[in-house]
Each structure stands twice: as structure tokens, then as C-alpha cells.
Design a protein around this ligand. Structure first.
Ligand SMILES: NC(=O)c1ccc[n+]([C@@H]2O[C@H](COP(=O)([O-])OP(=O)(O)OC[C@H]3O[C@@H](n4cnc5c(N)ncnc54)[C@H](OP(=O)(O)O)[C@@H]3O)[C@@H](O)[C@H]2O)c1
Length: 260
């Protein structure tokens, strides 16, 4: 496979004006940082999450910093009731008509224990949020993404999504499944649509998930979510020349994940 290096020149201020970007898990960590960042570039953020208080804080911060008014989408991704999903999509379609980027960022870690001891209820919960939810949201929102000139779907994966490791249980397996689903989309969309599908492995990043996975680690020894912004913005920008159908590491190196 041909590896490539992405040009990570930051987009100009205001260049995301008139773009509608939906970010799952926008209440904390990388999703929160991305929402604040793209709003500063002029995008209208659709902040999806389960913690309304935390989403309101992101909403307020975007407005305080002069960004366009975002939307809060209260949605617990562990409950993918089709009726609620339809209502949500209809509300987005009515208000925004078009979606320019969908960022599948929300995830949970589950347990990090030997598979033999893994509780199947936890396993299902992890798969529901990390895998079923991106699949259901992609299917529901594809028509709105197709209305954009150059829509983007971004999957946040993990090193264990490419190469599962012992004791990473449902998290690794669900991310591996996510990467498989992204490859299917690349294959299915590359002749029929302009949508750019990408996978990112953000690598070690200072968030509550990282803290849960590595409680003894000094948080200052890993990069902050802000450090990922040049990469993530290039991958969701309709104006960048980032290739379609690639999987990227946090330093911008990427490889194709299908025929692109
Ligand atoms: N941080 C790292 O080192 C690292 C490394 C590799 C990959 N990643 C990936 O990067 C992405 C972001 O991770 P992060 O580190 O920023 O994690 P995080 O700080 O734990 O944030 C996860 C986000 O997902 C939301 N979420 C969880 N369950 C949800 C549900 N049922 N419904 C709706 N939202 C839900 C959380 O909401 P609440 O605030 O309500 O919990 C939060 O906003 C994930 O896909 C993760 O797998 C992270």
C-alpha cells in the first residue's frame, strides 16, 4: 500500500462558514475540542451527546467566542430507537437541509480484562455505542450528506481498531468492526458520490477515556485534543485536497483503505 503524508496547513479563519458539521460525543474530550475549533472557523456545529449540561457548556463557549449558533442534539447512543432516530434526522433536515460532515467520535472503553471474564452485557453496550450507532447514524444521515458538494464522514478509531490487542475486549473488536464498515462505505461510495470517508487513529490523547485506560500515566506526557485539530479539520473540509478513502495516524501519515 502506498503511504502518504497529508498537508496539514490549517484552514483560514472563516473558511468553514456555511458548513454544517455533526459531531457525536461533542460534550467532552476530542469531540468537544473539535466542535469549538470548527465553530471558530465559522462552521455550524450540531453537538450530539447524552450529557445535556456539558453540551450546553460547549454551546455557550462557542457563542462567547463569536461562533455561529450551534444546535444541541440530546441523544444517548446506547438507545438507537428507530423512531427517535427518524425524528432527529427530520429535525436536522428541516432546519439545516444539508450536512457537510459527520464525525463519528463518541465511544466508550468498556472493560480491559481477559476475554474469558468479559461480561456480555458490557460487550453489547460497547458495540451499541461504538459500532451500531455509527452505522445507524450513517444510514440515516447519508441523504443529507449527499446534498453537500463534498460531504465527509470521519470515523475515530484506535490503534487497536487496526490491530486488536489482548485484554482490549469489545473496544478493540468494535473499532475493528468500525474500520471494516468504513472500508465497505469507501467501496460503495467511491463511484457514486463525492463523499470523503476517512478513518483516524488519534493516538494517545489527554482525555477522560485515556485516563480510564492508563490511570497511572502522567496526563502531561500525552498530547492534548487541540493537537489533533489540523488533521481533523483537513479531513472534514470540503476545500482540502485530502484524498478519499484513507486511514490516518495523528501525524498525518495515511494509507488507502480501499480503491479510491
Ligand atoms: N483519548 C485517546 O487517547 C484515544 C485514543 C485512541 C482513540 N480514541 C478515540 O477518540 C474518540 C474520542 O475519545 P475521547 O478520548 O475524546 O473520549 P472521551 O473523553 O471519553 O469522550 C467520549 C465522548 O463520547 C460521548 N459518549 C459516550 N457514550 C455516549 C453515548 N451513549 N451517547 C452519546 N455520547 C456518548 C461522551 O459523552 P459523556 O460526556 O456523556 O461521557 C464524550 O462526549 C473515541 O472514538 C475514542 O475511541 C481516543
Amino acid at each position: 500500500m502506498l503511504a502518504m503524508n497529508l498537508n496539514l496547513t490549517p484552514p483560514e479563519g472563516g473558511s468553514f462558514r456555511d458548513l454544517n458539521i455533526l459531531i457525536t460525543g461533542a460534550s467532552a474530550g476530542i469531540g468537544r475540542a473539535l466542535a469549538l475549533h470548527v465553530a471558530q472557523l465559522g462552521a455550524t456545529c450540531l453537538l450530539l451527546g447524552r450529557n445535556i449540561g456539558a453540551l450546553e457548556a460547549v454551546y455557550d463557549e462557542i457563542l462567547e467566542k463569536g461562533g455561529p449558533e450551534p444546535a444541541i442534539i440530546p441523544f444517548d447512543l446506547s438507545n438507537l430507537d428507530p423512531e427517535r432516530l427518524n425524528e432527529m434526522v427530520e429535525a436536522i433536515a428541516d432546519r439545516y437541509h444539508t450536512l457537510d460532515a459527520l464525525v463519528h467520535n463518541a465511544a466508550i472503553l468498556g472493560d480491559r480484562i481477559p476475554f474469558q471474564q468479559y461480561r456480555l452485557t458490557t460487550w453489547s453496550q460497547v458495540f451499541r455505542i461504538n459500532f451500531d450507532a455509527p452505522v445507524a447514524l450513517t444510514q440515516a444521515l447519508l441523504p443529507l450528506l449527499q446534498r453537500s458538494n463534498k460531504g465527509a464522514i470521519l470515523f475515530m478509531s484506535s490503534s487497536v481498531g487496526k490491530q486488536p490487542r489482548a485484554y482490549w475486549g469489545a473496544y478493540a473488536s468494535s473499532k475493528y468492526a468500525v474500520e471494516g464498515f468504513a472500508k465497505l462505505l469507501v467501496d460503495e461510495l467511491h463511484n457514486t458520490s463525492n463523499i470523503r470517508v476517512s478513518i483516524v487513529n488519534p493516538g494517545a490523547t489527554r482525555t477522560k477515556m485515556r485516563k480510564a485506560a492508563y490511570p497511572a500515566e502522567d496526563p502531561s506526557s500525552v498530547k492534548s485534543p487541540a493537537d489533533l485539530m489540523p488533521l481533523l479539520t483537513v479531513l472534514i473540509s470540503p476545500f482540502s485536497d485530502a484524498p478519499r478513502g484513507h486511514r490516518f495516524e495523528s501525524n498525518g501519515t495515511g494509507e488507502p483503505i480501499g480503491e479510491v
